[in-house]
Design a protein around this ligand. Structure first.
Ligand code: GTP
Ligand code: MG
Length: 240
């Protein structure tokens, strides 16, 4: 519930600010309404995130029971902070309204699914995508087509119904499926990206090395995947 608390804090900050501006002026009802609408929307995103992660946990335990294999190593979940939401809306030159966030941002609710092997990535993603109560809004397969810098992951945006008193609200959740090796690589690349104080020459040297690492990890992963397939048989839902 961290983000809801953050929004509530923001709401009281708005109240404080308005009070300081003019000791007698009441809190702008428009601001309060907007913030409380935001809080409601964030709760819907949070609900959608839990719906998807529960589905993933159920799939993982089913695999565990049937195939004695845990496809999911671990998961990470996060709701985008209000500051990042506002930053991103600014960057995209979009209005900062709940409606605009709903229509344009698909990664407010995010789940990262870290699997042991590439086969697991695709089988978990395929089983989730096939579930009849959710929709696949967008797929970006950076495993099949890695990014220039070497980044690999399978990104799927799902729309999941969250049931409120007013009915079903289809809410987007961005799921990043990747292997441990892809995650290991992405963490370091992410850290490097924020090291803007490094001289350009060192930055580009590190980027080149990272690209080499991405290829090396991909090779290691392929070899280990093949040993794993050989001793366990290809898991369900994947082509050998
Ligand atoms: P955004 O506006 O950035 O969300 O662009 P997009 O909607 O086209 O997103 P995309 O699916 O390409 O990537 C979204 C997320 O994937 C990012 O927020 C990161 O978490 C992750 N990601 C994408 N590219 C990279 C990369 O090159 N390096 C790392 N470390 N992470 C990446
Ligand atoms: Mg994104």
């Amino acid at each position: 519930r961290v983000n809801t608390n953050e929004l509530r804090a923001r709401l009281s900050a708005i109240a404080d600010e308005l009070e300081q501006r003019d000791g007698t002026s009441p809190i702008e009802t428009a601001d309060v309404d907007a913030v409380s609408e935001f809080i409601d929307q964030m709760q819907v995103y949070e609900g959608a995130m839990y719906e998807i992660s529960t589905k993933l946990e159920i799939l993982d335990s089913e695999f565990q029971v049937h195939f004695s294999h845990d496809p999911i190593h671990h998961m990470e979940r996060r709701l985008k902070s209000i500051d990042s939401i506002i930053d991103k809306m600014h960057r995209k030159h979009l209005p900062i309204t709940v409606r605009s966030v709903r229509d344009n941002l698909f990664d407010v609710a995010g789940i990262r699914v870290i699997c042991n092997y590439r086969d697991d990535v695709y089988s978990v993603a395929n089983y989730l995508s096939a579930q009849s109560d959710i929709q696949v809004l967008r797929v970006k397969d950076y495993i099949l087509n890695p990014k220039q810098n070497g980044y690999r992951s399978l990104h799927v945006i799902y729309a999941v119904p969250v049931f409120l008193s007013s009915g079903a609200h289809y809410t987007p959740v961005e799921v990043q499926f990747r292997t441990i090796a892809m995650d290991y690589w992405a963490s370091l690349e992410h850290a490097l990206r924020y090291k803007t104080d490094l001289p350009d020459a060192r930055l580009s040297e590190h980027s080149q090395t990272l690209l080499d690492c991405a290829r090396a990890l991909q090779n290691v992963e392929t070899q280990m995947q093949s040993i794993h397939r050989d001793i366990n048989g290809a898991p369900q839902g994947t082509q050998a």
